[in-house]
Design a binder for this molecule. Structure first.
Ligand SMILES: [Zn+2]
Ligand SMILES: [Zn+2]
Length: 281
């Protein structure tokens, strides 16, 4: 998780990405500033009210520990982060500048209820899209700002209950902590048989992937599972499934030890474009 990394290490990853993809410099600069804001955020989340017996009981029954609507977030911290991020985006030029200004105006006029937006974003994936639709705001930008703002709280919460997760016994492809889908995978370890971990798109938890199958539809037909290497980018590959047409980025921390998977995935937007260009989502 981001807080576990020193800022210098994260900044070095961005420097490397800019050197490798100079045409993405402007986007990477913005991402770096956004990640710095997240990294600097301090959150104060009350973990004492979790019912440990209930969580352990769910774990025993093979259910995720904490459904996303039960996560606690520091609304003051997430709200301040949202405003800071919105201002950062306004420093850019073009349509995104206007879109960020409109979001700030909606906040000032109180048409946009920030606490409701942040709580809704925790409870329900895609909630910001419904809010944006109602208020005629840019849906992608509102979603990015909201999701990025709650992340420090969500990750702190995941960390505090993470000791109760039984990673080694978990056999499903959803997150054992919160039940969300994986966002990306990581190869770890120094053995010949690298261990593959899936990373949760919501809470950031990582758990071992058990089987050689698509993590979304469980397709095991190897003729319909492929790995793509794009532009000789070996640190991060694409695994795709020709049954459900989903793709997953796989960060190779086995061959290229020391990568920060969460950052590696963020600084490779060209790989997402390549996957989408081939008809995967
Ligand atoms: Zn999770
Ligand atoms: Zn699939």
């Amino acid at each position: 998780m981001l807080k576990d990394c020193a800022w210098e290490v994260i900044a070095a990853a961005f420097d490397k990405a800019r050197a490798r993809q100079p045409d993405l410099k402007e986007m990477l600069d913005l991402y770096e500033k956004m990640v710095k804001q997240q990294h600097d955020a301090t959150v104060n989340v009350d973990h004492s009210s979790f019912d440990e017996a209930l969580l352990l009981d769910r774990s025993r029954r093979g259910e995720p520990l904490l459904p996303r609507e039960e996560f606690h977030i520091d609304l003051a911290s997430a709200g301040a982060l949202f405003r800071n991020l919105c201002r950062l985006v306004q420093d850019r030029e073009g349509s995104v500048h206007v879109a960020a200004q409109e979001i700030e105006s909606a906040l000032e006029s109180e048409a946009l209820d920030l606490r409701d937006l942040l709580r809704g974003t925790v409870a329900e994936e895609g909630y910001p899209f419904a809010v944006a639709d109602r208020l005629a705001l840019d849906p992608e930008l509102l979603n990015t700002l909201a999701v990025t703002s709650i992340r420090p709280s969500v990750q702190a919460c995941a960390k505090s209950v993470g000791t109760l997760v039984e990673n080694e016994r978990w056999l499903r492809a959803i997150c054992p902590l919160c039940g969300s889908e994986p966002k990306f995978a990581e190869l770890r370890g120094e053995d010949l048989a690298a261990s593959k971990y899936l990373h949760c798109g919501f809470c950031g938890w990582a758990w071992p992937a058990r089987r050689l199958a698509c993590h979304f539809c469980d397709n095991k037909d190897h003729n319909r599972l492929q790995t793509f290497i794009i532009e000789n980018h070996l640190q991060c590959k694409l695994e795709v499934c020709d049954v459900c047409r989903r793709y997953l980025k796989v960060v190779d921390n086995k061959e290229f030890f020391g990568l920060i998977p969460e950052i590696e995935v963020l600084i490779t937007p060209h790989l997402d474009l390549a996957a989408m260009g081939r008809g995967y989502h």
